[in-house]
Design a protein around this ligand. Structure first.
Ligand SMILES: [Zn+2]
Length: 78
């Protein structure tokens, strides 16, 4: 039997957009968080993904959706 996966955002339980783990709002935030990591890497070549996520979670400037995504990515890091 095929693995049935609930088609709900892993963060907020809204419906996901196709083939993604997140809803539209959190997918947009995930893209911002991922894009912004490349900027941070240029400024801080040694920064790890995990450290970056921790930093943006702490930043006041980080939007709520981005912070939720960063927290989620941090706990799902392997
Ligand atoms: Zn969501």
């Amino acid at each position: 039997m095929a693995t049935a996966k609930l088609e709900k955002c892993e963060i907020c339980a809204r419906a996901v957009i196709s083939n993604r783990a997140y809803c539209l709002m959190h997918e947009a935030a995930r893209r911002r968080v991922t894009d912004s990591y490349h900027d941070w890497e240029r400024a801080y070549p040694q920064i790890s993904w995990e450290r970056y996520l921790e930093r943006i979670i702490e930043l006041k400037e980080t939007g709520e959706a981005s912070r939720e995504v960063a927290r989620h990515l941090l706990v799902t890091v392997e």
